[in-house]
Design a binder for this molecule. Sequence first.
Ligand code: ZN
Length: 501
Amino acid sequence: MEDHFKRLSELLGEIVDLGEAAALLGWDQETYMPPGATQDRSMQLATLNKIVHEKFTSDEIGELIEKLKSEMSSVDPDSDEARLVKNVSREYDKQRKVPSNWVAEFSRVTSLAQEAWKKARQRSEFALFQPDLIKVLELRRQYAHYFAPYDHIYDPLLDDFEPGMKTADVKKVFAELRPKQVELVQAIMDSQYPVDDSVLHQEFDEQKQWDFGLEVIKAFGFNFDRGRQDKSTHPFTTSFGSNDVRITTRLKPDFLSVGLFGTLHEAGHGIYEQGFSSRLSRTPLANGASLAIHESQSRMWENLVGRNRPFWIGFYPRLQEYFPDQLGEVDLETFYRAINKVERSLIRTEADEVTYNLHIMLRFELELALIEQTLDVADLPQVWNTKMEEYLGITPPNDADGVLQDIHWSFGIFGYFSTYCLGNLIAGMLWENILSDIPDLEKQFERGKFDALWNWLNQKILQHGAKFEPAELIKRATGSELSAEPYVQYLNTKYGEIYQF
Ligand code: ZN
């Protein structure tokens, strides 16, 4: 066994190295690469990704997995070794099932679809994207068929982002969540105590915003000896091993929330990546357990910590020192209410904590209907608008601010959106446990101390990387199955107080 495991680790190490080199090129593309290099860079990335795929799906890896699977019966099933073999075996089977001509066709069709989507969005005309979306959906259905039999045709798509999760699980939890969220939004809209957030819409020097953000995320535990922050149009996090984690942010000079909460969000992703145990490095287990688990970390630091009163009791005086002219005369309560303003808005990425999940549930339902072929692509804009009215009480004036707002479908990504909402729900579940395990947590926040929270997260989530599948990780951390209840309770308590109902 020793020899087989050693050989597998060697091969995986090389694959991880190559993947991280590709990630570095990808990071550079979004931050410092001159625009003229686009074509060359895409060739370099394609070559590296092809080598990674070939090496990973090689016969040798397959043979090693087979041998190790039987040899592992004598090893603790919860050991890193047993879990690594399980994880790699699962991913190997998946990748081997997809023929390379499908991969080539998918890459060709989606690169055309991205162009079509850009044009359609510019002109706000869904019909320009429609034929491409039909082709993408056909390919996605074909992809799902490679994994037959399945309970639902959407399961294989979801599984790429949430290992082990089924469409039925998501449907169940969303069905429980949706009416409660719609009701909460309505109660807020009916409130006699509307929130004024004009204090956030002033001129805020970008360098000072940047500096304040760094001060906060250092306190959160983002380690700048093993990471850095840069600027990019769309904020993101990537890493080349947990000793080199890159986050990005973007700043708006006339709106404080964009840069501030964007920075806290990406730092949450970054803290997760920096937390993977060094025992897992150069293996596929040095990864997030899933997108939803990743998002539970970013949303927790952004919202449950960063839009929480105790955190600002500690940090607001500091923010006032950075911006005495803008905030010197603004009291904490006015500021706290402003950063938690709830609005019926059209655009998902700008949505607040309360309405955000509704944007996601709408997309999940439409994706299901498209993949199931119970919804005609031609009817998509109309159905989008009807659902927006039903869930959020607002109808998009055009396709650009409606059905064409997200880039994901043009990339051929289906099964991804629900992870954003699931991340919120998981954050709610973790938070409930954290508050009961650390009774003075909020007192610590008031003093600018976050190490007890970091330690809890590290023990339960961060260090394990992708060792456990998401459902098992959640069960180990909270003792419960996925549930919307803790997050709904958190929202109701917090916003009931802010909007006084
Ligand atoms: Zn995120």
